[in-house]
Design a protein around this ligand. Structure first.
Ligand SMILES: [Zn+2]
Length: 284
């Protein structure tokens, strides 16, 4: 079932498109109003052959480094100012990297094979743009208007099961003394409950961990169900003290909308190489 998202749906959810020179990103307005540069990339406006003019921002196994670096340069032009991108080599875990100063900011996955293994980046430093890459997984951007601390989080089903959003909130509390009720969270495009089918291994793991897990699943064929990772992440954040009205979820699915986004699940078996999206946040 394909879900059609209109610009009105996006506006109601707190998001708008930012376009420049053919490059397009989804921006969360309330997070921006709280003092945070933020954006979720699309596949539009790049130089990668996926199939053409695609903005793949990571994944050096699937694309040439020169393409990815040019695409990053184009993407960062959407955000006025000078930024140092801070990323990590994502491993579907719940480890977090804290970037204390701009000198420590670097994209952990780069052409040099630099590796910092984690799935969330925290910082409060000016000029640091924390970024996570996705292609179906759930990207969470978190900002605290009181302290200026922020986080970019990558939550696939494994990260969601490991409650990486909650781990990130707790770390923000410990590192920067944030109050969870002040946090603003933007959840970007990801594989939605309309499309993301999983098997019994995932269903069992969630059912064992979360008491109300059955509401996350809609059964399909024998041994399979559609999973709602967005709801799981929302529920976890609310349980960690984030106010529901301060969580903004983009109502748009990467698997439905491969015209706009990369989808590992839709494209890997068809095209072989899949591009990567990026979600970024920094202090205005
Ligand atoms: Zn979908």
């Amino acid at each position: 079932m394909e879900i059609i998202t209109t610009d009105q749906d996006l506006t109601q959810a707190g998001f708008y498109w930012r376009d420049a020179d053919g490059v397009r990103a989804l921006v969360c307005g309330p997070l921006e109003d709280d003092g945070f540069v933020n954006g979720f990339s699309t596949r539009l406006g790049g130089v990668s052959d996926m199939p053409r003019d695609s903005l793949s921002l990571a994944g050096f196994n699937d694309d040439k480094a020169e393409n990815i670096l040019e695409n990053r340069r184009r993407f960062l032009k959407l955000f006025p100012g000078t930024w140092s991108l801070a990323g990590c080599w994502q491993v579907h875990g719940a480890d977090i990297r804290v970037v204390e100063k701009i000198e420590d900011a670097k994209p952990a996955e780069n052409e040099l094979g630099d590796t910092i293994y984690c799935d969330a980046i925290l910082s409060a430093a000016d000029g640091v743009l924390a970024g996570v890459k996705t292609a179906d997984c759930v990207p969470l951007l978190i900002g605290d208007p009181k302290t200026g601390a922020f986080a970019a989080v990558h939550a696939g089903w494994r990260g969601t099961l490991a409650e990486i959003g909650v781990v990130a909130v707790r770390r923000l509390v410990n590192e920067y003394n944030v109050q969870p009720e002040n946090l603003r969270v933007a959840i970007g495009a990801s594989a939605g409950p309309c499309c993301y089918e999983v098997g019994n291994d995932v269903i069992d793991a969630f059912t064992q961990k979360f008491p109300n897990a059955e509401k996350l699943f809609a059964p399909t064929r024998e041994g399979h169900a559609l999973i709602d990772l967005l709801k799981s992440n929302q529920d976890q954040l609310i349980a960690a003290g984030v106010r529901p009205d301060r969580i903004h979820t983009a109502p748009i699915c990467t698997m439905c909308r491969t015209d706009l986004f990369f989808s590992y699940r839709r494209e890997k078996s068809v095209n072989g190489n899949v591009g990567r999206l990026m979600a970024v946040i920094g202090r205005l």
